[in-house]
Design a protein around this ligand. Sequence first.
Ligand code: HEM
Ligand code: HEM
Length: 173
Amino acid sequence: MRDSPSHYGSITRCLHWLIAILVILQLTSSFFNILWEGNVYSQAIVQWHTTIGVGILALMAIRTLWAISQLRHRPEHRGALQKAAIWGHALMYLVLLLMPLSGMAFTWGLGYGVYVFGTAYWTDADVPWAAAFGQLHAPLSWFLSALVTGHILMAGYHRLIRRDDTLHRMLGR
Ligand code: HEM
Ligand code: HEM
């Protein structure tokens, strides 16, 4: 279950792939809706946007605590490119925490409350600083998309060009 210098353990891998699927659902459903408003895929997912987003926040809180507890056992990153990967991963943690927080601040600050499984919490607030922080939500989503695209390209580079075991250690092989 724990991480080791040769591979990521099952808890890290489950959290990685579960959050990856949820984040990709959030980003693609929202962006497809801008490009092709009302399409079936976006309609099915966007109605769960705030619920999935709050779920990602809860999973990211667990993942951050777990990552801190595993820091000294994780696969090593040596060399300049690998050090860049560590910073890239840390940046993704930060943005994955700020994304749902800014989304919640957006709806809470404007008084709509935060919808989770159809129930609105903290309605009727009027908090200008929260609404202002919420304005970061859309720009952050573009930044996160760029980070995730770079991350997937780098995973492909390791697998197809360098042919090393970077992808395998996240797949558990
Ligand atoms: C990691 C979690 C989340 C991701 C990846 C995400 C992603 C996105 C994206 C891509 C958009 C469209 C941006 C655009 O129009 O250019 C969006 C809009 C929006 N999201 Fe999220 N979201 C997340 C969590 C949340 C949460 C938790 C809430 C509220 C509880 C929320 C509320 C909103 C609202 C109200 C909008 C429309 C307003 C706006 O465009 O700024 N989101 N989100
Ligand atoms: C929204 C999608 C994704 C996010 C937010 C994400 C985020 C992360 C983060 C933060 C790490 C650092 C390890 C950790 O703490 O868990 C990581 C590692 C990794 N991810 Fe992703 N990931 C995503 C999708 C993917 C996809 C689609 C692939 C494969 C094509 C992938 C392959 C990997 C690999 C191979 C590692 C290990 C890299 C290393 O040890 O240097 N990820 N990912």
